[in-house]
Write a protein that binds this ligand. Structure first.
Ligand code: GMT
Length: 374
């Protein structure tokens, strides 16, 4: 198939999933055309089946905000027509699904029919999408898509709860490439951070409020009172300053390190004993899956779709959002040397179920079904 993929090219989970999906499709022999405003971060190599088309956003003194959606729709028309795409797959509803609708209508005028698949990733539904400033367009463009997927059962339910959806939604979970995400031998790194055999806790995120990084630090502070431990925080974002101040107030700076944005996050995960994801909302929790692939159990909240990934009592624990006491108790239970090996093995086993080789066929089948139906 010739597939056009539209996504955000930044570090966000939806862009990562879209890029990894495109790479996996290309490996299977499909031709994949990425359409976005910047080269996706994980697409910095040559492959005969991968193409990148940059959206030209023209600015003009009259525009306070350049109309990205129009430039994107125009680029989709151009690529679909000249590359003879079989299908457009847009990741994240806003504004990709509505731009795809516009492109589809323009192409129809020229006698070209292009089916559109929209994948809902999370905040496009649970945060931004349901805001009245976008809701009518999001509802319309989901209903107009030829196929819609969501990354968890919970996100599917949230979509039906918040929007007047008249189309079916298929759940295709996020996936992981176990060839890249696997436990690596990094003992020297572990020794440098934990010279006295301390347990190592890790959190990675974009440091937005919804991630509740504050709870990561609070749980660590409580765990640290009971057992020797260190915390690594990977990523950057709006909450970083406030979190650094919190560490100073708690007097835990010596045991916590902010590593900023890291491309090779699997190297840090390879030496971790516990991954923390106490999010307020989370449609799936791709970062937790990356940890599990590196044999790291997860202490998470039970928000959104996380419990579908992090099986409570098996791969870690999924506690009530904000319940620091319970989270601390569960973190200590996982970190107990009598339990840790079992949790680690279970985390890896769950990640194996979500290996790209198991999930890719679901997308291919969904594309075929959508093309046939259209
Ligand atoms: O979590 C974020 O802030 C980034 C966001 C995105 O849209 O890129 O991630 C969402 O999509 C990921 C990939 O499907 C999911 O694994 C994340 O759980 C989801 N984030 C939220 O729902 C908050």
């Amino acid at each position: 198939m010739k597939i056009g993929i539209v996504c955000y090219p930044t570090f966000g989970g939806s862009g990562v999933v879209a890029t990894e999906l495109g790479k996996a499709l290309a490996k299977q022999g499909h031709q994949v055309h990425f359409i976005t405003y910047r080269q996706p971060t994980r697409l910095d190599f040559f492959s005969a089946n991968l193409f990148y088309h940059e959206v030209d956003i023209k600015s003009y003194p009259l525009f306070e905000h350049a109309p990205y959606e129009l430039a994107l729709a125009s680029k989709m028309v151009n690529v679909a027509k000249y590359e003879q795409l079989d299908l457009l797959h847009v990741h994240y509803a806003i504004p990709h699904a509505s731009a795809a609708y516009m492109a589809k209508q323009i192409l129809k005028e020229e006698g070209i029919y292009i089916p559109v698949v929209t994948t809902l990733h999370g905040t496009d539904i649970t945060l931004v999408g349901k805001d009245p400033s976008y809701e009518p367009v999001v509802t319309f463009s989901i209903n107009q898509s030829d196929g819609v997927t969501a990354v968890s059962e919970d996100l599917k339910k949230a979509t039906f709860d918040h929007f007047d959806i008249k189309t079916d939604i298929e759940v295709i979970p996020n996936f992981i490439d176990l060839e890249r995400f696997k436990k690596q031998k990094k003992e020297h790194f572990k020794l440098a951070i934990c010279p006295h055999g301390e347990k190592l806790l890790v959190h990675t995120s974009n440091f937005r409020k919804v991630k509740r990084v504050e709870d990561v630090i609070k749980v660590f502070f409580e765990v640290r009172k009971i057992i020797p431990a260190k915390l690594l925080l990977v990523g950057d974002g709006p909450e970083r300053d406030r979190m650094e101040r919190l560490c100073r107030e708690l007097g835990t700076c010596d045991d916590i390190r902010f590593l900023g944005k890291l491309e090779a996050v699997e190297e840090v995960l390879s030496v971790a004993d516990l991954f923390l994801m106490p999010s307020e909302k989370e449609s799936f929790g791709l970062a937790a899956l990356e940890a599990m692939a590196c044999e790291v159990p997860v202490l998470s909240s039970n928000a959104g779709g996380i419990p579908e990934l992090n099986i409570d009592g098996v791969t870690g624990f999924a506690c009530e959002v904000g319940n620091i006491e319970e989270m601390t108790k569960r973190a200590l239970e996982i970190l107990d040397d009598r339990n840790l090996p079992k949790f680690k093995a279970n985390a890896l086993a769950r990640a194996k179920e979500l290996d790209v080789t198991n999930i890719l066929p679901q997308y291919e089948a969904f594309y075929r079904k959508t093309i046939e139906k259209a």
